[in-house]
Design a protein around this ligand. Structure first.
Ligand SMILES: Cc1cc2nc3c(=O)[nH]c(=O)nc-3n(C[C@H](O)[C@H](O)[C@H](O)COP(=O)(O)OP(=O)(O)OC[C@H]3O[C@@H](n4cnc5c(N)ncnc54)[C@H](O)[C@@H]3O)c2cc1C
Length: 380
């Protein structure tokens, strides 16, 4: 690849992928698997902890809200398994998943409906059975839960690195520590300004996560960057929190207020977090230092709900949600920009969809269309 401040006709590659987090790394993998001449750009290193695709574990669960996600979910597990086979990496572990809430919860009702409609293997547990099966949780008499058999966890940093490594093995080129400064249409494709100068491609997939609005001005919906804090805690008897005994869980403590957590992955600690309720910030000014007030809601949850866990965070991380109205994804070409595909699979619930999002990006970049219904995710 050569720098090109001077005008020239030849291309520096067929497709550029800008940003190699969950989405970009998956797009790079799917494009390389179709023998596309693809170049990935990443301002940091794949698997870094300054975007959204880090934090040791992410939840994958199939009893999902809303029609637009159903066909994506059905397609995604085979792709995760394919990436595991191709890289011999341990990406996804089925642990089962619990939604713990109280009788009368709307979230419970909608999840149960999805599980039933789609014949997903699940159980409804009352307080007595919950206490017997999961003594790690403090259960109130009015609590109920849905246990989803095929829910589990995905290892985000491992996934991103595996997808990039596999793409490179199949011929993709990757520029790390390289910030893309601008992406312009040329009529025949795009030109991309990096610290190495201008580079030309037929098509660009823009998967810049929380930085998307900087690279694509005039998005049709506002993006809100929400700061999220993850915290790790030490259980008294870590064996009780193994993947076999302690499923991933979401706990609704009040309507619209949820906490979630994972079994131990390091044999010492478990990770817990609050879903949403974070401060609104920006991708460049976000406070990456974690204060006592940041971890207080998680520590309070430990005190209330997990009696055998020490209620003091021993490690923390900061992560960003990129929220859109309705938490919908942004996938497709902006109006009048057919050489650009936006891949914004976000709003705090996108990780599980990464390989299918990558597949869709490869469809759009190479064929201009996809078999997946994107009508809920329009960007124009
Ligand atoms: C705390 C937390 C918990 C979550 N839990 C779950 C969960 O349990 N289940 C789930 O499915 N999802 C979950 N998510 C959401 C999921 O992680 C995100 O939807 C997903 O990681 C977004 O990936 P991305 O590739 O769009 O963004 P990112 O991971 O931010 O990747 C974008 C990449 O683009 C790069 N970049 C940006 N600008 C440029 C530029 N100008 N030039 C070059 N490179 C650039 C960045 O460095 C970054 O690597 C969670 C998110 C957080 C923060």
């Amino acid at each position: 690849m050569h720098s090109a401040d001077r005008p020239h006709k030849s291309l520096d590659g067929d497709v550029a992928v800008v940003g190699l987090g969950a989405m970009g790394s998956a797009a790079l993998w799917r494009l390389a698997s179709r023998r596309a001449d693809v170049v990935g750009f990443e301002r940091f290193e794949p698997g870094h902890d300054r975007g959204s695709s880090h934090g040791e574990s992410k939840v994958i669960r199939p009893a999902y809200y809303g029609e637009p996600y159903v066909e994506l979910l059905e397609a995604v597990v085979p792709l995760w398994k394919q990436l595991e086979r191709e890289t011999s990496a341990n990406l996804l572990t089925v642990t089962g998943g619990l939604l713990i809430t109280h009788a009368g919860s709307g979230l419970f009702a909608s999840m149960l409906e999805h599980a039933r409609q789609r014949n997903l293997e699940h159980e409804v547990l009352d307080a007595v059975r919950l206490r017997r099966r999961y003594p790690q949780h403090r259960i109130e008499d009015t609590d109920v839960a849905i246990y989803e058999v095929s829910a589990g966890l995905i290892r985000p940093e491992v996934c991103v690195r595996a997808a990039v490594a596999r793409a490179v093995q199949m011929g993709a080129r990757v520029k790390t520590n390289c910030r893309v400064e601008a992406i312009e249409d040329t009529g025949e494709g795009v030109r991309i300004r990096t610290s190495d100068g201008w580079l030309r491609f037929r098509h660009a997939v823009i998967s810049a996560g929380s930085w998307l609005a900087q690279l694509v001005p005039g998005l049709p919906v506002p993006l809100q960057i929400e700061r999220q804090v993850l915290a790790w805690f030490r259980p008294n008897d870590v064996a009780m929190f193994s993947m076999e005994r302690f499923p991933v869980f979401v706990c609704e403590i009040a309507p619209g207020q949820t906490r979630y957590g994972f079994p131990t992955l390091d044999g010492q600690t478990i990770k817990l977090a609050v879903h949403h309720e974070g401060s609104i910030t920006s991708s460049d000014t976000i406070d990456r230092d974690v204060s006592e007030s940041d971890v207080r809601p998680i520590e309070d949850f430990v005190r209330q709900a997990l009696p055998d866990v020490e209620p003091h965070a021993i490690r923390t991380q900061v992560c960003m949600y990129t929220n859109t109205p309705g938490e919908r994804f942004l996938i497709g070409s902006p109006v009048g920009r057919p050489a650009v595909t936006i891949l914004g699979v976000c709003s705090g619930h996108g990780f599980k969809f990464a390989p299918v999002a990558g597949e869709i990006a490869a469809d759009l970049a190479l064929d201009g269309r996809t078999r997946f219904d994107l009508s809920a995710f329009v960007v124009s």
